[in-house]
Design a binder for this molecule. Structure first.
Ligand code: GLN
Length: 554
């Protein structure tokens, strides 16, 4: 049976529990252990798929088509393993299961209660992961902050697991904040003491404390925290703010986190080789050039909504020796002023990300037009592909009212239309086209060049799709269909062969980008943006699809 590590958070939210959990996972894997991670979310939604990105941030999609918490993105990026729907447990799923069982009569004669029914179901879900005999350590992050009413059943469940499995097989890690009070010139330990007391009140004594802080925790502070919180001094880990999240495992290792975790779990293992991560961090933090990429979307006030895209740029920047500055542009602002150039001038690439709903859509269409007409590298993702197709249909093919039926159900030219299998869909939760699908790449295309292989698998999350009725026209005017889903002949990638770099895809490449292995489309997009910044870009495309001096892109 695997060992279990539970990560809880205290004092305030947003301390980076997901990154802390993923970093511990990275270190344990680097020491040769087979590791998996899971997130328990105390909210009552079955999954975050129906929540607004403003509420929840990005919805991360797994290969098997689960819509999950964005922390699963951190987990996949750090431990470089594909996760599944089993790696994200929500209170909604727990209650849904229990209510189904109750209706079936599984609890006949009994009163169904939080303890033991809800807690047993949580325990079963937690223990199911890693029961395959392929896992040495399961790291489970409990969402929310200690003291929240909602997370209590989850904390009670992990308390019971500790009791049942024994302390040698279960480790409690608690992430807290040690604030620096400027006027006093001091780091304060009291919030951590209170947070640990709240945990102990419900029967959980943390083994390790990871302390987020602006300043180094001196030995005196560590000793004080250790004494008041009843942990060993070496088990108080300094988690200072760092420039790149990929530095976090290195800092944790330097402060002994993996050593103490393994010692407490009774696992003996060699030293980790962290040279790959060290090199990556060096490249992320000391690039020799900079570029500006405009991200033109609707949720730009909440960067969490684009987490995987931000990380994909970090990976792609590192591989191109460039710092990628992201310029966040509210698509609605472009729409209101009507001049995309005012917002996009000077940027070296334009990305229109995925999204839902009509707000800002005309601004995104204008951004795609600006990139096409000015030879600025463009990467469109999902909705970003839809707007590229609409823009091309309107301004190059002369279909003035071209639109997506998502925004205009009675458009004369629905160049983007509902997928046929979506027509009967009634429920909104978990019913999009979701997860990994094969995509065959057109020989000689920019997409094929970027990937370097003929067939790839990419993850989807959408209901609307390129309308094949317009394919002949769009292709004849210069919008190549460079990626296809063979089974249903769906167009998954479009591109402009005579533009310096203009590729838009129906899937979400950002979910598959990894540190040290940037996604090919992001890597090549950044490469094109660097070339654009350095004045080496290929000629600008004309509206008719030809290039200004007749040279082709490659
Ligand atoms: N709203 C569009 C659709 O449902 C695009 C979705 C997305 O960008 N993820 O097809």
């Amino acid at each position: 049976m695997p060992k279990h590590v539970f990560v809880t958070g205290g004092v305030v939210s947003a301390l980076g529990k997901g990154i802390a959990s993923a970093s511990l996972g990275y270190l344990l894997k680097a020491r040769g252990l087979r590791v998996t991670l899971q997130k328990c979310d105390p909210y009552l939604n079955v999954d975050p798929g129906t929540m607004s990105p403003f509420q929840h941030g990005e919805v991360f999609v797994t290969e098997d088509g689960a819509e999950t918490d964005l922390d699963l993105g951190h987990y996949e990026r750090f431990i470089d393993e594909e996760l599944t729907q089993d790696n994200n447990v929500t209170a909604g799923q727990i209650y849904e299961t229990i209510i189904r069982k109750e209706r079936r009569g599984d609890y006949l004669g009994g009163t169904v209660q939080v303890i033991p029914h809800v807690t047993n179901e949580i325990k079963a879900r937690i223990m199911r992961l890693g029961a395959d005999g392929q896992t040495d350590v399961v790291i489970t992050e409990i969402g929310g902050t200690v003291g929240d009413i909602e997370s209590l059943p989850f904390l009670e469940a992990i308390r019971q697991i500790h009791l049942e499995e024994g302390p040698e097989d279960v480790l409690f890690v608690h992430l807290t904040l040690v604030p620096y009070i400027k006027t006093a010139g001091e780091l304060k330990t009291k919030p951590t003491q209170h947070s640990v007391r709240a945990l102990r009140d419900i029967g959980i004594q943390p083994d390790i404390l990871i302390c987020r802080t602006e300043r180094e925790l001196g030995d005196d502070i560590k000793e004080k925290i250790a004494l008041f919180c009843n942990v060993e001094t070496e088990a108080v880990i300094d988690a200072r703010d760092v420039a790149s999240i990929y530095e976090v495992p290195l800092r944790f290792h330097a402060d002994g986190l993996d050593d103490i975790a393994l010692r407490k779990l009774g696992i003996e293992n060699g030293k980790p080789d962290l040279s790959v991560l060290e090199e990556l961090v060096g490249r992320i933090e000391n690039p020799s050039r900079e570029i500006d990429i405009a991200i033109c979307g609707k949720y730009v006030d909440l960067k969490d909504a684009y987490k995987s895209i931000i990380e994909a740029f970090a990976h792609a920047g590192a591989e191109n020796d460039a710092r990628v500055n992201l310029r966040w542009i509210d698509a609605e602002a472009i729409e209101q002023c009507g001049d995309a150039g005012r917002h996009l001038d000077g940027c070296h690439g334009v990305l229109v990300p995925g999204g839902f709903g009509e707000r800002g859509i005309e601004g995104k269409i204008q951004a795609a037009r600006y990139a096409r007409e000015n030879g600025v590298p463009y990467l469109g993702i999902c909705l970003g592909m839809h707007v590229a197709v609409i823009e091309f249909a309107r301004n190059v093919c002369g279909l003035a009212s071209a639109h997506s039926t998502e925004f205009n159900a009675s458009s004369d030219d629905p160049v983007i239309d509902l997928l046929p299998e979506q027509r009967e869909v009634v429920d909104m939760g978990g019913t999009m086209r979701l997860g990994g699908c094969e995509c065959r790449l057109l020989d000689g295309s920019g997409a094929r060049d970027a990937y370097g292989v003929d067939t790839v698998r990419e993850r989807h999350r959408h209901r609307y799709e390129y309308n094949n009725d317009y394919r002949e026209l769009l292709e004849s005017r210069g919008l190549a269909s460079s990626g296809l889903y063979p089974e249903k002949d769906l167009v998954e990638i479009v591109e402009l062969p005579n533009h310096p770099w203009f590729i838009a895809c129906q899937f979400h490449p950002e979910f598959r980008s990894r540190p040290g292995r940037a996604h090919p489309l992001f890597r090549e997009f950044v490469r094109a943006a660097v070339a654009h910044a350095e004045g080496n870009a290929a000629p600008v495309a004309r509206a008719d699809g030809g290039s200004s001096d007749g040279r082709s892109r490659r």
